[in-house]
Ligand binder design. Structure first.
Ligand code: UDX
Ligand code: UDX
Length: 458
């Protein structure tokens, strides 16, 4: 078997773009991406990729059919590849011990068993999915219990790409982290993976650790990023009460180089498939080791996030004369952030449900995420209109609730929007992306986040 053969199990948000980048940068490798979901694979093989990510189509087209292949034949892929990345989903457990917090590793274990069963030669297995610390050990045991005498090396290589900027993050990562087992085989495997990334990543940015540190670093990176958001969001609540302006506070605080300016934007709360899940993993891990104070500390980051989402919805109700029953509310944005169609854990889901509970009529618009929104709210039978045009969404609406920071929201004609709405017209800018003074002058009652409101009422 050619050693320069890579398989990735799981053609999702992580597996797909990561493999497309490796294929583009390493023309000497054959890269195959396999997934049990035939529809997803058909998408990867078509002009309409299953995920929206700026620059991804060009990247895939560069190598697809040359050294990049998408297939449903997982078994065949395993047989033919020397290095196997596993990038299957690891959702939060919904049942049994650890339900609501621990990671459900069933897909990972299934993949490991399949690798052990199908392999005919020694292989390197790379964890791309985020796994709780010490999961690699369990996986190694499963792999090593094969009866063919094969040797498997397990590496941890967590992904730090953010959606919306995945291609740029992969092209120019802050760091590539690879954890390996402490053994001669582990070291050899490590070198092979380092060589792959060294095709385009400066060597000093490829850092190597033991497997546990690598797994732990992924959880902690996401926990600390989320913690910054919860910290600034908690202060946004205080700003609304005191007349301080969260954007000014965040700017002033962020200029301190020790703090840094990024990830200090207050908003409706963080979403995405990783932050909440990874923090809950960390919390569960701490509880397992009886570190209750540590567990409570990190859990608070998630609780603060839920508070922020709830607070946004409650502010809408309170300021619209304590009732939104029967009122049309235009929801601007459903994705968990701009430049993606992904809605996993999007604050929009929770906020929409709270507004629907108050019997509002929602008119939801998002440039990329409407299909996912329909799935997320699939159980709701009345009170939602999905609009493919923002001007349609605002027609007859009493309020706009801006949830996602899509750039286009700032570019609309708000004079026209104002004229289409019921009066008094409200705007709740959950991301502070609009020109609030201008909107106020147009006639809107403006509720920025973490700043004093601007209303035309006496
Ligand atoms: C995944 C993990 O969920 C996350 O923990 C990690 O941090 C990065 O990788 P993502 O790529 O966003 O994230 O997941 P998703 O888009 O759900 O893709 C997983 C894919 O694996 C799906 O397409 C699914 O069909 C596939 N899969 C799942 C398999 O091919 N086989 C399985 O047994 C299970
Ligand atoms: C995150 C991590 O950044 C990435 O390294 C990891 O691999 C996966 O999880 P992602 O979920 O794609 O990436 O998006 P990210 O840009 O981190 O944003 C997460 C959430 O935080 C979004 O809902 C975003 O709107 C919110 N956010 C981000 C804020 O509310 N304020 C900020 O200042 C930054």
């Amino acid at each position: 078997m050619d050693k320069k053969t890579i398989l990735c199990i799981g053609a999702g948000y992580v597996g797909g773009p990561t493999m497309a980048m490796i294929a583009a940068k390493c023309p000497d490798y054959k890269v195959t991406v396999a997934d049990i979901n035939a529809q997803r694979i058909a998408g990867w093989n078509s002009d309409r990729l299953p995920i929206y990510e700026p620059g991804l189509t060009q990247l895939v087209e560069k190598s697809r059919g040359k050294n990049l292949f998408f297939t449903t034949e997982v078994e065949k892929g395993i047989k033919e590849s020397h290095i196997i990345f596993v990038s299957v989903n690891t959702p939060t457990k919904t049942f049994g011990s650890g339900a609501g917090k621990a990671a459900d590793l069933q897909f990972w274990e299934k993949s490991a068993r399949l690798i052990a069963e199908q392999s005919e030669e020694d292989k390197i297995v790379v964890e791309k999915s985020t796994l709780p610390v010490r999961a690699a050990e369990a996986i190694h045991r499963i792999l090593q219990s094969n009866t063919k005498g094969l040797k498997f090396s397990v590496l941890s290589n967590p992904e730090f790409l953010a959606e919306g900027t995945a291609v740029a993050d992969l092209e120019n990562p802050d760091r590539v982290l690879i954890g390996s087992m402490i053994s001669p085989e582990g070291h050899e495997a490590l070198e092979e993976l380092v060589d792959i990334y060294a095709h385009w990543v400066p060597r000093e940015r490829i850092i190597t650790t033991n497997v546990w540190s690598s797994e732990m670093s992924k959880l902690v990176s996401n926990a600390m990023l989320a913690q910054r958001i919860s910290s600034i969001n908690s202060i946004s609540a205080l700003c609304e009460k005191t007349g301080a302006d969260i954007a000014e506070v965040s700017h002033a605080v962020g200029l301190d180089k020790r703090v840094g300016s990024r990830f200090l934007r207050a908003g409706v709360g963080f979403g995405g498939s990783c932050f909440k899940k990874d923090i809950l993993n960390l919390v569960y891990l701490c509880e397992t080791f009886n570190l209750h104070e540590v567990a409570d500390y990190w859990e608070q980051v998630v609780l603060m996030n839920e508070y922020q989402e709830r607070r946004f919805a409650e502010r809408i109700v309170k300021n619209m004369f304590n009732t939104i029953s029967g009122k049309r509310i235009a929801v601007f944005g459903f994705a968990f952030k701009a430049d993606t169609g992904d809605t996993r854990e999007s604050p929009a889901i929770y906020i929409s449900r709270l507004l629907l509970n108050e019997r509002a009529d929602l008119a939801i618009y998002d440039p990329k995420a409407l299909d996912n929104a329909k799935i997320d709210l699939g159980d709701v039978t009345a009170g939602i209109e999905y609009c493919s045009d923002p001007y349609e969404a605002v027609r007859g609406a009493h309020a706009i609730a801006l949830i996602t920071d899509w750039k286009e929201f700032a570019e609309y004609d708000y004079d026209r929007i104002f004229s289409l709405m019921e009066k008094p017209a409200f705007i709740f800018d959950g991301r502070n992306v609009l020109d609030h003074d201008r909107l106020f002058k147009t006639g809107f009652n403006v509720f920025p986040l973490g700043k004093a409101e601007m209303t035309h009422f006496e």
